[in-house]
Structure formats: C-alpha cells, structure tokens
Ligand binder design. Structure first.
Ligand SMILES: C[S@@+](CC[C@H](N)C(=O)[O-])C[C@H]1O[C@@H](n2cnc3c(N)ncnc32)[C@H](O)[C@@H]1O
Length: 303
C-alpha cells in the first residue's frame, strides 16, 4: 500500500524533459523551503557583499588562530591534516586566513604534509561560486590553492547539525563516554545518618569519616627532577599520566567503538586518542594541570 502511494506520488510529481535528454527529472511536491542564498549562483555574491564585513571579523581572531593551530596534534604524518569550514558560503571569507593557516602548518609540519580542506554548507549553497573562487576564476581574493602543492579541496552539502565527515559515529561518541560520580561528605554520610535508610537498617554504622587531600605523585616526580636535576621533563609527566589513566579507561573506548570496525582499527583509533592527549599534556604546565586526589576515608562497623 505504502509503496503504491509512493509510486503514484512520484509519478504525479515527475516531469520528463521533452528535449534531448531521456533522463527524467524529479520534482517533489514540497520544494525546499529552507535557507538559500539570494542572487544568481556562480557570481560570488556572498564575497562581494556581506563577505567583505566577515573578513574583518576574522582579522580579530587571526593571531590566535595562527598560533593555536600549531598546538593541534598531528602525529600520523602519512595521513592528511584536515581543515573544515562549516557554513562556508562561497569560501571568500576564509580564503586569506586559510592561505596563512596552510603556510603556518607547512612550516610547522614540513612542506610535504598533505592537507584536506572541506567546505561544508547546506545543499542549496552557492558551491558554484565556491569552486570558481578556489580555482581562481573569480580572482579576488586570490586563491591559496593556486600557490600550493599537496592541498586537496572537497565540498560537503550537508546540514551541519548532521554528521558531515567520517569520524567516529554519534553512537560511538555516546558509547565511549564514561559516567563518574564524586560524592560530597554530606552525600557519603547520608545513608548512615539516616537511621531509616536500608544501609542503617542492615546494621552498618559509620565510625568515622574524614576528608583528605593526597598529593599527585606524577607531579611530584616531575617537580623533583626539575628542582634537583634542573630538567623540566614535561614529556615524562605526560607519559606517566596517560599510562596511569589508560590503565583503567582503555576498555571504555575499545568497547564503545562499533563492532563493524576491526580490532586493529579500534586499536588504531584508541592509540591515536591517547597519543593526542599525551601530546597536549606535554605542552601544558604540570603546575596548572596537577590533580591532587581528594579522598574521603570512612570506617564502617557491621553490627
Ligand atoms: C553568514 S554565512 C557565513 C559564511 C562564512 N563562513 C563567513 O563567516 O563569512 C552563513 C552560512 O552558514 C550556512 N548555514 C546556515 N545554517 C547551516 C546549517 N544548518 N548547516 C550548514 N550550513 C549552514 C549558510 O548556508 C551560509 O552559507
């Protein structure tokens, strides 16, 4: 029934072009009512109007972008460094900053580094102008692509509230989360203080509850090496920290990844994750990162 309705619906809204082509063009009853850029496609209208203002907005963030981009870990040099612009319009706003970004990254990671630039926008976006700008057909602002090797440009006509590029999937993202609950002293005491609670009624009584702060051993090892030997070994600090916490957290990430992936692929993703964390950590000041353990010790008696 549903299929019959669908077929008759399609027939009703099918217009066959009677000229040369035998390829039917399908039009749907409810034409897309969403956002679509005003003016003719392919004329670079965004960049010659609002884009001029947007370029000025980017300038304010220029220095931070160019310095922070160097802190993004890029460990697997055989793969491509991905840069995406979400809501790219005709690519005019980002043209200059992307050129500078690429120069900075090539300088930082080496001239043979490969880059994949993804321009993302809605399906009715003016991608024609985007490609005309990138290829230099619309020459202003000048396209970085004409000047650079190893840079590959792609476009994605996908709503950015959906997944636009392969990365782990949304389910995997959710499944690799872990829930932790740190209780306050009041919460820890509550089942004992409440004499009607199942805990109290089972004959358990609280003899003492004491809060304490235990020093971060990894921080202390780092500081001692620095104070005594004058070596600021942040790499070792990061390695110790990540090894310690990978010990208990590794399985959460492995188990949360989809079983459609091979074991090897899962290991590669999880290795990459911890590798990134380690690299980021090694660039942080251990004094700022250090994480003293706040513990509550309780002594309980069973009647
Ligand atoms: C004002 S333009 C910004 C263009 C450019 N990024 C800039 O900063 O000048 C906003 C762009 O976001 C796009 N956009 C809006 N909602 C979107 C969505 N849900 N998914 C993808 N793109 C979207 C529009 O199509 C439009 O091209």
């Amino acid at each position: 029934m549903f299929i019959r309705m669908l077929c008759s619906g399609i027939r009703r809204h099918l217009r066959v072009h009677n000229g040369f082509t035998a390829v039917p063009v399908r039009y749907y009853e409810d034409p897309h009512k969403g956002y679509r850029p005003y003016w003719n496609k392919g004329e670079g209208n965004y960049g010659s109007t609002l884009g001029k203002q947007s370029v000025v907005h980017v300038q304010r963030a220029r220095e931070s972008i160019l310095s922070l981009v160097k802190t993004i870990p890029f460990t697997d040099k055989d793969s491509a460094f991905n840069i995406a612009e979400y809501g790219a319009a005709d690519g005019s706003t980002s043209m200059a900053i992307f050129g500078e970004l690429l120069m900075t990254l090539k300088d930082h990671h080496g001239p043979n580094t490969q880059f994949q630039i993804i321009y993302e926008d809605l399906e009715l976006n003016d991608f024609k102008s985007l490609f005309k700008r990138i290829s230099g057909i619309i020459p202003d602002p000048p396209s970085y692509l004409l000047e650079m090797d190893n840079v590959y440009v792609l476009a994605s006509g996908t709503n950015f509230y959906k997944q636009c590029v392969p990365k782990i999937s949304k389910d995997e993202f959710v499944n690799t989360n872990m829930s932790l609950c740190y209780r306050t002293m009041k919460e820890v005491r509550k089942p004992f203080d409440d004499k009607t609670s199942p805990v109290s009624r089972s004959g358990l009584t609280l003899l003492s509850a004491e809060a304490a702060v235990n020093p971060d051993v990894f921080y202390n090892i780092w500081r001692e090496k620095k104070d005594k030997a004058g070596i600021d070994d942040r790499e070792e600090f990061a390695r110790m920290y990540v090894s310690a916490h990978r010990n208990w957290s590794n399985s959460t990430f492995m188990n949360g990844l989809s079983d459609s992936r091979s074991q090897e692929e899962k290991e590669q993703i999880v290795d990459g994750l911890y590798g990134d964390v380690k690299e980021r950590l090694s660039r942080m000041n251990p004094k700022v990162f250090k994480d003293d353990g706040k513990m509550i010790y309780i002594v309980i008696r069973k009647e």
